[in-house]
Each structure stands twice: as C-alpha cells, then as structure tokens.
Design a protein around this ligand. Structure first.
Ligand SMILES: [Zn+2]
Ligand SMILES: [Zn+2]
Ligand SMILES: [Zn+2]
Ligand SMILES: [Zn+2]
Ligand SMILES: [Zn+2]
Length: 168
C-alpha cells in the first residue's frame, strides 16, 4: 500500500508515510524496511567500528527505564539495531540515514554527518547552532557541505518533518 497518510509502524513504533505493509484484518502497519530488515549492518556511517544486529525489542542499559537511540537520542520502543560490543543502538529509520543527506524541505544544500570525537561526547558539540531548534540537544549532527553556509542540523530535528525521507 502506498498512501501519504502518516502511520505508526508496528515494528519500530516510529512514524512513517508512503510505502508500507498493512494487515487486511486490522490496522497493523509496518514500514517496508521493518517488514524485511537486514539481520545485521556492517560499516554503518553512524557506527563504522562494529557490526550492528537487528533486534525486535529495545535493550535497557543498566536498569534504565528507557532505551535511547544513539543517532537521534529519541526513545527506542520497538525494532532497533544494536551493537553487542559497546551497546550502541539506533532506530531502523535512523539506520537509513547516511553520511550525506538532502533534507530539501529544511535546507537547500547537502548536509554531512559530523564525526563524534571523544572530547565532544556524542553530540555535545560546542560552538554551533542548530538551524531548526537553535538549542543544545544530544544525538548526532549534520553540517552543511557548503563551508560558508555554517548550517547545522540535529538528526532529531531532521525527523520533525512530516515527510521524513528515511522513514518512508
Ligand atoms: Zn518501522
Ligand atoms: Zn533514532
Ligand atoms: Zn559498537
Ligand atoms: Zn536542532
Ligand atoms: Zn547550506
């Protein structure tokens, strides 16, 4: 089924639009990629160093009540990809992001993923202002590929679009 309406994916519990799998008997719907997920990801730009394994349920780190995505820092409620070596984890939607993205409705140029360095502690990069929220937030950050532009965008802020391309 292909419909522009928003739906909540029964696998990853995130929103989606466009292509989906839906049950004929109930309103259970799945993202295309959640219906047929790869069992593992290797060399993903968000976590190049280790292999990520597909999981149907979030793993709660050290007694925490919530499971947080290391890409967008939102809660993981369902399907996810997880690293057994260091407990990195992310949403299937976030796993569809790459090093370079075009969020045309937010910014006209290509944006590139900023590397995580030990001193910046996963997204706590000082000295930039997110072009969407203008706040400090955790999670990964994209920067405009045009140096003079100096546009920055949190991954989580890119997800605020109704038509979030990676989740289609
Ligand atoms: Zn999904
Ligand atoms: Zn995420
Ligand atoms: Zn890892
Ligand atoms: Zn932001
Ligand atoms: Zn730009």
């Amino acid at each position: 089924m292909d419909s522009p309406d928003l739906f909540t994916c029964g696998g990853c519990k995130e929103y989606g639009s466009g292509k989906r799998y839906s049950c004929q008997q109930c309103d259970f719907q799945l993202h295309h990629f959640c219906a047929l997920p790869p069992q593992s990801l290797l060399g993903h730009p968000f976590h190049i160093i280790h292999q990520l394994l597909f999981q149907t349920k979030p793993v709660y780190k050290g007694g925490m009540r919530k499971s947080k995505c290391d890409a967008c820092s939102k809660t993981i409620k369902g399907y996810n990809f997880r690293c057994n070596a260091c407990s990195f984890q992310m949403h299937p939607c976030c796993a569809k992001l790459s090093n370079e993205m075009n969020f045309n409705s937010l910014h006209r140029h290509t944006v590139k993923l900023l590397p995580v360095t030990p001193s910046t502690n996963n997204g706590d990069q000082p000295g930039f202002v997110c072009g969407e929220c203008r706040r400090k937030r955790s999670g990964r950050v994209y920067r405009c590929s045009v140096p003079a532009c100096d546009y920055h965008l949190h991954v989580v802020c890119s997800k605020n679009m109704d038509e979030w391309a990676p989740c289609k």
